[in-house]
Design a protein. Structure first.
Length: 138
């Protein structure tokens, strides 16, 4: 998907704003995400920590679950920002959750330091050889 098909700047700004809403009293590591779905809406999320670390939810999954709850099933793009001095990629669990809702291995994943410093990878680049329900159909 080309940049002219996805408004990268809008996703980046939304992810940066979501980062500021993070609840991270244990790690003090804020993460924000913005996910564009097939309905054209951007759903945002931040990481939400818990004293029982298993109860913690990542920013990407927060945003994805919000969009899925609203009836969406197809991710068009994902933007994520964590450390503003280094690129923060989605964790393994988030990559697998993204895999559940992408229908195109070329979906852009925008990895952000700040509004002007970001890289774009395809979903396949960040999770090659993905395991998904789509791969099980035959």
């Amino acid at each position: 998907m080309e940049e002219n098909e996805v408004n990268y700047k809008e996703l980046i700004i939304n992810a940066l704003e979501a980062r500021e809403k993070a609840y991270c009293p244990y790690s003090n590591f804020k993460v924000g995400a913005a996910v564009l779905f097939e309905d054209g809406k951007i759903y945002t999320g931040s990481n939400i920590e818990n004293a029982s670390f298993g109860g913690t939810n990542c920013a990407e999954r927060t945003a994805i679950f919000k969009g899925v709850h609203e009836g969406n099933r197809e991710i068009k793009a994902v933007a994520v920002v964590g450390d503003t001095n280094a690129y923060t990629y989605p964790c393994g669990i988030c990559r697998q959750v993204i895999a559940e809702f992408v229908v195109d291995k070329n979906v852009p994943i925008i990895i952000i330091k700040n509004e002007n410093d970001y890289i774009v990878k395809t979903f396949e680049e960040i999770l090659p050889g993905v395991f998904s329900k789509k791969d099980l159909k035959g």
